[in-house]
Design a protein around this ligand. Structure first.
Ligand code: ADP
Ligand code: MG
Length: 741
């Protein structure tokens, strides 16, 4: 105890900015901010990625060949040796009379690191060289460099216990050791009053320690804690932190889901007339899965609260038809439907299909795209506002912009995987609501499209379609605010796609094959990887490819090019010609990735297939195999393919099952990448991992539901209130504007 107890040290709160932790000034706090660490709480959730068992450091004399050993010893001497192949750094350490050599291959960077007399902790594998034991490339840490006063404490953090190892930050400026000491200090100064927001019953069921204990032990495990559990993030402390994070995300989603059911929506009528109208449009017998999905959607639409449903189905499973059926329900009830696509090409595509399928029944369909003349746009907007247009198709951007609907009843959002969770929230909250509510104020007649009136009118229903085959557990949890319908059955009459992989030295054979297919009356795609459509050099390569194919290899055939930077009208024209079979070979960037539907196209050649992600390749391949004729996907690779690349291509050759591919993709790339890019706005997790922690995700979902089920013998109202309050605080912090519940 310090004798002059004049200042009571201010305790750190979880929300305290990190720069108030001793040892972190404004400079370092900037470095930390780059890592996403801005508060004490963030710092304490910066978990070790590994632990080292330094409880029982060995003595040199006891070392056994082949074991992983921790050793504390004194530096005797060191030096850099240059062999013909590489520089080798050699360090000799000692304990009393015993000596041990450590070597690092390519160790030039260690040249001036060690001084004789320093104490070092070493961790590595004991190997043998010329009859002598030595450590090869060991992990090391120089001990006791810190301020004299702190030395004892610092040393005790580094030896004689299980020691946490952190990823360094700021290009190595903040070392593992720095984090160890700083986090230790923060823990010591942390307020003892950490609120407990997980209900007692859940804590008991899962055997979770208190927040304070969890934070301490995840950084500073007890003596004898299982190293295996630590490395697997499965100690009670780890489980607590992971569960906590998932629990509050799930609580937010679940609350949102329930709260939606208390709002006023439109209760559509589903009578015989509506059923007849649906039957009338069907060009073929729906699959069992389509029937089931429609039933689920229709039953939602009949209910008086707004539908929030995700329709998930692999590429080609027939989502569009289901969407059109839902549209008919709304239109027949006198409401308008907005169908939003992620790209203009896709909007265009839907417009074609809609006209083919729905116009014969007299439905009035409009396409609202950015490339339209202003006058035309204005006219279309007027049709929408007056209720003349019944199905409005466009891109998200367009429809989200102040479109004034006469009577919007259903919003269909296509291919949601291009968009983020956050975007979805925004979409579903304000905008659509406003567009219906403002109508009262605009004074436009709301009735002309009405044929029968639904009972109440409120927020429109929302149906989100995604082709991303998200594993079910993830779908249920990440899209926990939506109800889920799955199309798990392909329409009949498909022949499986044959997928082959060839090196580009065999391109001649490939082009010969393409020619054969085209001569037989089919069409082909040649896809070129242009990841950044606005990167000149990449686009150039694709254009060169097009030149080569159209002017040399397929001189006698109709070859066209399609890419994201083309003028919208031209894109549209190219798509139409391809659809009509007037273009035989379409050289394209990934703009055709989603939704394009030309059943006569039977070949797809993907150039530099190794550069694409797995999910993307699967999406691309889904453009073929849509008709009765056999289809072929040829994955061309150029140059060396990485190990992950090999696995991706392999998976594609072997499987055409989107769910299987999704699982593998998830493993290979991690969920961040899997769902598109970072911008996809997935909830990003501090300590949880969607792959590792799927079991906890399900538990979290269950416990969240228990909270929302209301008080009972297990859970009290104050506990529920605490959990909800904590949840709101976290959502506010993580997602900013998004309001939950
Ligand atoms: P998705 O949008 O799910 O990728 P689409 O809705 O574009 O799939 O449908 C793919 C193709 O299958 C289209 O050509 C469509 O006309 C056809 N199709 C859809 N449902 C059926 C069905 N029940 N029977 C036969 N063909 C169908
Ligand atoms: Mg589609």
């Amino acid at each position: 105890m310090p004798s002059a107890a004049v200042t009571i040290p201010q305790m750190l709160e979880p929300s305290t900015p990190v720069q108030f932790v001793k040892g972190i000034g404004p400079k370092l706090s900037e470095v930390l901010a780059a890592k996403g660490i801005t508060t004490v709480d963030d710092l304490l959730h910066y978990l070790p990625f590994r632990y080292e068992d330094r409880q029982n450091p060995r003595s040199i004399a006891e070392l056994q060949l082949g074991e992983m050993a921790t050793l504390i010893a004194e530096v005797r001497n060191s030096g850099l040796f240059r062999t013909r192949r590489m520089p080798i750094f050699q360090l000799t350490v000692g304990q009393a009379r015993n000596r041990l050599k450590c070597i690092w291959f390519n160790g030039a960077y260690l040249k001036d690191k060690f001084q004789p007399g320093q104490m070092v902790a070493l961790y590595g594998k004991v190997e043998i060289n010329r009859g002598e034991l030595q450590l090869v490339n060991p992990e090391f840490e120089i001990l006791g460099e810190e301020e004299q006063a702190d030395q004892k404490a610092a040393e005790s953090l580094e030896v004689g216990r299980i020691v946490p190892i952190y990823e360094s930050a700021g290009q190595g400026r903040l070392t593992s050791r720095w984090f160890r000491r700083t986090i230790h200090r923060a823990l010591e100064e942390l307020t003892p009053e950490l609120p407990e927001a997980i209900p007692a019953a859940a804590r008991k069921r899962l055997n979770l320690p208190s927040p304070r204990e969890a934070l301490w032990k995840v950084h500073w495990p007890d003596e004898g804690e299982s190293l295996h559990d630590l490395l697997a993030s499965r100690t009670p402390a780890h489980m607590r932190l992971i569960f906590e994070e998932l629990f509050f995300v799930e609580l937010g989603l679940e609350l949102k889901r329930r709260e939606q059911k208390t709002r006023t929506g439109v209760a559509f009528q589903l009578n015989d007339r509506v059923r007849e109208a649906i039957k009338k449009i069907l060009p073929f017998h729906p699959t069992g899965a389509q029937k089931r999905a429609l039933k689920e959607i229709a039953s939602d639409m009949e209910k008086p609260f707004p539908m929030r449903r995700l329709l998930q189905g692999d590429v080609g499973s027939g989502k569009t038809l289901v969407a059109f059926e839902a549209a008919i329900i709304a239109i027949e009830n006198g409401f308008q439907v907005a169908l939003m696509a992620p790209t203009e090409i896709l909007a265009q595509q839907h417009y074609f299909s809609a006209r083919r399928i729905l116009e014969p029944s007299g439905y009035r369909i409009v396409l609202l795209t950015g490339s339209l003349e202003d006058d035309r746009k204005r006219e279309i907007r007027r049709h929408i506002a007056q209720g003349n247009a019944q199905l409005i198709i466009g891109t998200h951007a367009l429809i989200e912009q102040k479109v004034d609907f006469a009577k919007l009843g259903l919003v269909i959002v296509d291919e949601q995987h291009r968009f983020g969770v956050m975007q979805r929230f925004k979409l579903m909250s304000k905008k659509t609501v406003e567009s219906t509510t403002t109508r009262a104020g605009t004074g436009t007649p709301a009735r002309p499209v009405e044929r029968s009136s639904a009972t109440a009118s409120g927020e429109p229903d929302v149906l989100v379609m995604t082709a991303t085959p998200i594993p079910r557990t993830l779908a249920l949890t990440l899209y926990g605010d939506l109800d889920l319908s799955v199309l798990d059955e392909m329409p009949p009459g498909r022949t499986p796609i044959t997928t082959r992989r060839v090196g580009d030295e065999r391109s001649k054979e490939v082009w010969d094959f393409v020619r054969k297919q085209v001569v037989a009356g089919h069409q082909a795609y040649v896809v070129y990887p242009v990841i950044h459509e606005n990167e000149e050099s990449e686009l150039k390569a694709a254009m060169k490819m097009h030149g080569e194919l159209s002017k040399k290899i397929f001189l006698d055939l109709q070859v066209a090019v399609l890419h994201g930077r083309m003028d919208a009208e031209l894109k549209e024209q190219v798509m139409r010609l391809f659809q009509q079979g007037k273009i035989q070979i379409l050289v394209s960037t990934t703009v055709i990735e989603v939704g394009v539907d030309v059943p006569n196209a039977t070949v797809m050649v993907i150039e530099h297939a190794e550069r694409f992600g797995l999910a993307q390749l699967h999406q691309l391949r889904g453009r073929i195999g849509r008709g009765a004729a056999k289809s072929y996907c040829i994955l061309m690779t150029g140059g060396k393919v990485s190990e992950d690349g090999e696995r991706r291509l392999d998976a594609l050759v072997r499987s055409s099952d989107g769910f299987e591919i999704a699982e593998l993709d998830l493993e290979l790339r991690g969920p961040g990448e899997f769902f598109g890019t970072r911008q996809a706005g997935l909830p990003s997790f501090q300590v949880a991992s969607l792959i590792r922690d799927r079991d906890l995700l399900e538990l979290a979902k269950r416990e969240a539901a228990a909270v929302l089920a209301g008080p009972n013998s297990e859970i009290s109202q104050p506990e529920i209130d605490r959990a909800l309050w904590q949840m709101r605080t976290r959502w506010q912090k993580t997602y900013g504007l998004v309001e939950v519940g």
